[in-house]
Design a binder for this molecule. Structure first.
Ligand SMILES: [Zn+2]
Length: 93
């Protein structure tokens, strides 16, 4: 894995779109630098807080999603302790 300078890392947000024929949620590749509009519109979205890690923000259950950066399926990690759902892209890692 290459070195990542997190001090220069900026959190980005990606809108979650519809499911495809395989039941996997597509995500917008268009990064947003604020989640204000998405939260206001109550739209599901991913918060990329590290280069290959995304926290899910959604009222509805979303079991799987494609990576906004490489468009491949991500792994879902349930963080029960913090009550967070994290998606990890092993392809981008
Ligand atoms: Zn990826």
């Amino acid at each position: 894995m290459s070195e990542i300078d997190l001090s220069k890392y900026e959190t980005r947000y990606f809108k979650i779109l519809d499911r495809d024929d395989h039941g996997v949620y597509r995500t917008s590749s268009n990064a947003q630098h604020s989640d204000l509009k998405l939260r206001y519109a109550k739209l599901p979205y991913l918060e990329q807080f590290m280069p290959y890690l995304f926290q899910l923000h959604s009222n509805k259950p979303i079991e799987n999603a494609y990576c906004p950066n490489c468009d491949r399926k991500m792994d879902r990690i349930d963080d029960d302790y913090n009550r967070k759902i994290i998606f990890m892209c092993t392809h981008c890692k």
